[in-house]
Design a protein around this ligand. Structure first.
Ligand code: F6P
Length: 344
């Protein structure tokens, strides 16, 4: 068989491990050929690709962050309009099946292509951990470790200065990174997109901590957090980008002056940003990505198209793409309530 692969959407640690997982399994186990398309769906639209070889060179990419194939976001309308070009690229390169590795946007496109009759098996990735039909996505564990390390450091400087530190972490629609890293580092406040925050409640909590002699507050703020309606705070509107994604205007920075005014303490903000997505993957992410990649190669050879490789507990499984993309995996409110035990 000739298998096409691509990495789409925002990059994350573990993509190269997944590329290696697919390629090693396809080449060594099934005697297939793997063609890597460059820069996500763009590589299919413009027929930019390379033949993947195995051996030592491929093994060396296992611990490397980023993606050797490059990645890009593509507007869904542009993709639909390019269906003819995509089919032509697949035919010209005699591609029997496609394995797109990506998050929500890439997997939705994969599902659409599958509905259009292209043999597809997806591989889920994202630091946000918000893909349905799988317990975890690779990239998440590394992002949480990076955020945890940063917050451990912020605790000590905040305490020295009697300050409030607001740490803004990624999580466009879901608060998985904020929740996990916040609990791990003993954060005093965690806000997530799933449960709008009340700025007065946050200020009250901060006043109470300083009032009883505590010297610092760490607040972990998911970038997609929003104030509760009618709670005395409104966020600036940044509009949407060309992919239909909301443009964030910096929620932590907008909370800071309100807290300073109310609690009379210094507030500093740190936006962790792309640091969370860059660099070498954790061992967990390397293993998960390798297994998901190998499982997707196997699914292709079994003819299990229209599915996505997934992990349930410790077992590899396949989830129909339609189920995986029908809704985002958000943080259950009971899990957030559990975290609130440690607030303050
Ligand atoms: O989807 C993963 C993610 O890291 C989000 O948490 C974040 O909002 C977004 O990507 C940023 O993406 P971009 O690379 O397009 O700025």
């Amino acid at each position: 068989m000739r298998i096409g692969i691509l990495t789409g959407g925002g990059d994350c640690p573990g993509l190269n491990a997944a590329i290696r997982g697919i390629t090693r399994a396809a080449l060594d186990q099934y005697g297939s050929t793997v063609v890597g398309f460059h820069d996500g769906w763009r590589g299919l639209l413009t027929d930019s690709h390379r033949e993947m070889s195995g051996g030592q060179r491929l093994d060396r990419i296992l611990p490397r962050g980023g993606t050797i194939l490059g990645t890009a976001r593509v507007n869904p309308e542009r993709l639909r309009a390019g269906l003819g070009d995509i089919r032509a690229t697949l035919e010209r390169n005699r591609i029997d099946a496609l394995i797109p590795i990506g998050g929500e946007g890439t997997l939705k496109a994969a599902r659409w292509l599958s509905d259009e009759g292209v043999p597809v098996v997806g591989v889920p990735k994202t630091i946000d951990n918000d893909i349905g039909g799988t317990d975890y996505t690779f990239g998440f564990d590394t992002a949480v470790s990076i955020a945890t390390d940063a917050m451990d450091r912020l605790h000590t400087t905040a305490e020295s200065h009697r300050r409030v530190m607001l740490v803004e972490v990624m999580g466009r629609h879901t608060g998985w990174i904020a929740l996990r890293s916040g609990i791990a580092t003993g954060a005093h406040i965690i806000t997530i997109p799933e449960d709008p925050f009340d700025i007065d409640e946050i200020c009250g909590l901060i006043r109470a901590r300083f009032g009883r002699g505590d010297r610092h507050v760490i607040g972990v703020i998911a970038e997609g957090s929003v104030p509760r309606a009618g709670s005395g705070m409104a966020l600036r509107d940044g509009g949407v980008d060309e992919y239909g994604h909301e443009i964030f205007t910096g929620v932590a920075a907008q909370m800071a002056p309100l807290i300073e005014r109310d609690a009379g303490v210094e507030v500093r903000t740190t936006v962790l940003g792309y640091i969370q997505r860059g660099g070498t993957p954790s061992s967990y992410d390397r293993v998960l990505a390798s297994r998901l990649g190998a499982h997707a190669a196997r699914a292709v050879h079994d003819g299990a198209f229209g599915t996505m490789a997934a992990v349930r507990g410790t077992r590899m499984t396949l989830t129909p793409l339609a189920d995986a993309v029908c809704e985002l995996k958000t943080v259950p409110l009971e899990l957030y309530r559990e975290a609130r035990i440690f607030f303050g």
